[in-house]
Design a protein around this ligand. Structure first.
Ligand code: KPL
Length: 333
């Protein structure tokens, strides 16, 4: 168990219940020290043994020395967790939370292969978009589940995370695979330990629906904020941008329908609602652009284009958004 210390140095210790009637300490590997990885590692670290895995040895050393600094609306907590760049240091774990970007899913699983297989822990993949749905069956030898979260977090520096939104997290196995009783219990334990750590999580039999609902929100918001260099809420100020948002989301909804996925009945209204609720947010894609890093355009609007081509659904607005964001990325070199 790690110690959780407030910025004034006062030490707080927690005993968390796992939802099954007893307090347990889980060994949890969190792969990827981005905003979500640091938020989950810090939240879970108060009552569990956490291994934050980072392939960059220098950054791993820095986060290991300073701890994770979690800013909860101005209140700063410093959470010490184990940080490692080397899989041979990591013990057998009960749960793996895969928090890398979707373009790194395959290489991260390869790099941490012994961690994700030793003792057959449940791996939960928490990526934006849908590109990882096609990558995981090839890259991951054991059972995996998917997670969708509405937690809002921004990375302010290595291991420094600003927690700015607290929405539900859902985890579940994709439909069409046979799940053993033991795997079902592993999933329930994961939901219980996350919830006990302040990340309200429920299990679902419909995880693909949640993945697509979230995808459509990102389809409508992320690329447009990157193109117009504005926080989410500003997209609603321009009728022209609003129309593009609506058309992009409706194209994605038509693709979902062609694939037989029962998404929300009014995805455009939902996207506008999220835009309002996160008005001051700088979207993850705009954060990437501002840091001159490759964005997740391929996993979001690009994936809608790929599936549109496969299903014969026209997706010209998403094609245009992909072209524009790739144009921005092209200027990084
Ligand atoms: O998920 C998001 C993101 O930025 O990736 C939204 C919902 C758009 C919030 O910023």
């Amino acid at each position: 168990m790690q110690s959780l210390t407030s910025s004034c140095g006062e030490c707080v210790s927690f005993c968390m219940f796992n939802g099954f009637g007893s307090a347990t300490v889980m060994k949890i590997a969190v792969i990827g020290p981005g905003a979500l990885g640091c938020l989950l590692a810090a939240s879970l670290g108060a009552a569990n043994e956490i291994w934050l895995l980072d392939r960059d040895p220098e950054r791993a050393r820095q986060i290991g020395n300073q701890g994770i600094i979690l800013d909860e609306n101005g209140k700063r907590l410093n959470v010490r967790v184990n940080v490692s760049a080397n899989s041979s240091n990591v013990p057998e774990v009960d749960l793996v939370l895969l928090c890398v970007k979707s373009a790194s899913v395959s290489s991260a699983i390869n790099a941490w292969m012994s961690v994700v297989t030793k003792g057959r822990p449940l791996l939960i993949a928490l990526q934006n978009g849908i590109a990882h749905l096609d990558i995981l069956p090839v890259a991951m030898p054991g059972r995996w589940a998917l997670g969708v979260t509405a937690q809002g977090a921004t990375l302010a520096g290595p291991g420094v995370v600003m927690h700015r939104g607290n929405g539900p997290t859902r985890i579940g196995f994709p439909s069409g695979v046979t799940i053993s009783e033991e795997e079902r219990i592993q999933l329930q334990r994961a939901a219980a330990v996350l919830s006990a750590s302040g990340i309200a999580t429920e299990t679902t039999d419909d995880i693909l629906v949640h993945v697509w609902n979230k995808l459509l929100i990102n389809v409508g918001i992320n690329a447009l904020t990157a193109i117009h260099d504005c926080p989410n809420g500003r997209l609603l100020d321009s009728p022209g941008i609003l129309k593009t948002m609506q058309d992009a989301v409706l194209e994605g909804a038509a693709v979902a329908e062609a694939l037989g996925i029962r998404i929300d009945r009014n995805p455009v209204a939902r996207t506008i609602e999220v835009c309002r609720a996160t008005a001051a947010n700088v979207s993850s894609m705009l954060q990437d652009v501002r840091r001159r890093r490759k964005t997740e355009i391929e996993a979001i609007n690009g994936a809608v284009v790929t599936k549109g081509v496969k299903t014969g659904v026209a997706v010209p607005v998403n094609e245009e958004l992909v072209r524009k964001v790739k144009g921005i990325e092209g200027g990084f070199h």
